[in-house]
Design a protein around this ligand. Structure first.
Ligand code: GDD
Length: 319
């Protein structure tokens, strides 16, 4: 059972589990507009079952567990846009923080044998306390989103230690794909590059282009989630590439891929600056490599190239 199944990671994870022969149930909150395009794009929508429910509603989680009788539960549901979390801190706390606790409580009550995955985030490191962040690095969240994720992370650890749940926390660094939402910087950039290339747009307006992120490919990262739940006991794992780049460098890769020059189009717009910034993230995935045998395979250049190509396809005349 996957919460947040209509998001980027939910779609890739659903596909991975279906390929492995799993029966997949996805929790579907009834908010907002059509959120199933990713499941359609990967061709998995027909192969899985959606259950109406929301991580903010414990009764719906108990009902979903009763319906799906899950062996594995992946909590990917969140208000996941860092920028929005300053405007909606209470909603973010409710969905991203308490939502995880509702699900842990539902698991404890109704499916204590099930294995549980919590989507933790490198945003929890925030104002970094070590130049490379691993499972032992102290946390210092810098956004309402990071603080909410940290609560959910510690509650996952706590349910493992207090109630003996097989509960794991994947501390994933930024991970992107052609299915990334347009509000995140990589997809905003690759969509803009495609529009500029096709003559549909002239400018790309960004905030802090000096921020550095350790960017990987979401398709690689869902493998790590699955591997965590195949271990004899639950644990915490950093999932990252071990290499970072600035937003500007990532933009240069995207523009170069389309035969364009960044300087001709970039406009710095203070409207996209955040009240507090996470300047640098750089993960150390050594534990995931040693224990899970997991390694990222997709480079930033390949990833960004793939995203630009897909956006050109989406927007191009042949569409
Ligand atoms: N979104 C956005 N839009 N970000 C911008 C822009 C812009 O116009 N201009 C500069 N940035 C900078 C942000 O300030 C940030 O430093 C960086 O680009 C990355 O921003 P996002 O892509 O929005 O991702 P994030 O790092 O804040 O958060 C993502 O990664 C986390 C893991 O570390 C999200 O996916 C989170 O949900 C995830 O937990």
């Amino acid at each position: 059972m996957i919460t947040g199944v209509s998001g980027q990671d939910g779609a890739y994870l659903a596909r991975l589990l279906l390929q492995k022969g799993y029966t997949v149930f996805g929790l579907r909150p009834r908010r907002g507009s059509d959120t199933l395009w990713r499941l359609r794009e990967l061709g998995v929508l027909e192969a899985m079952e959606l259950i109406d429910g929301d991580v903010t509603d414990l009764s719906s989680l108990l009902r979903a567990i009763e319906r799906s009788q899950p062996d594995e539960i992946y909590n990917l549901a969140a208000q996941s846009f860092v920028g929005t979390s300053w405007d909606q801190p209470i909603l973010t706390g409710g969905v991203t923080g308490m939502g995880a606790v509702n699900l842990l409580e539902a698991v404890r009550l109704a499916a204590p044998q099930a294995r549980f995955y919590q989507a933790s985030s490198s945003e929890m490191f925030g104002l970094i306390q070590a130049s490379r962040q691993d499972e032992r690095t102290p946390f210092y969240p810098r956004s309402p989103y990071g603080a909410a994720k940290l609560y959910a992370h510690w509650m996952t650890v706590n349910y493992r230690e207090s109630h003996g749940l097989h509960a794991s926390s994947g501390i994933l660094f930024n991970h992107e794909s052609p299915l990334r939402g347009i509000e995140f910087v990589t997809r905003k950039v690759t969509d803009a590059v495609a529009r500029i290339r096709l003559g549909l747009q002239r400018e790309l307006r960004l905030g802090n282009v000096d921020a550095r992120r350790d960017w990987g490919y979401a398709g690689d990262y869902v493998e790590a989630m699955w591997l965590m739940l195949q271990q004899p006991v639950g644990g915490d794992f950093v999932v990252a590439t071990g290499r970072n780049a600035s937003v500007r460098e990532m933009c240069e890769i995207a523009f170069r891929h389309a035969g364009l020059t960044l300087e001709d189009h970039l406009v710095i717009d203070p409207a996209f600056l955040r009240p507090a910034e996470v300047d640098v993230l750089l993960g150390d995935p050594a534990r995931a490599a040693a224990v899970l045998g997991w390694r990222p395979v997709t480079s930033l250049e390949t990833l960004i190239g793939m995203m630009v190509d897909r956006d050109l396809e989406r927007l191009g005349p042949a569409r």
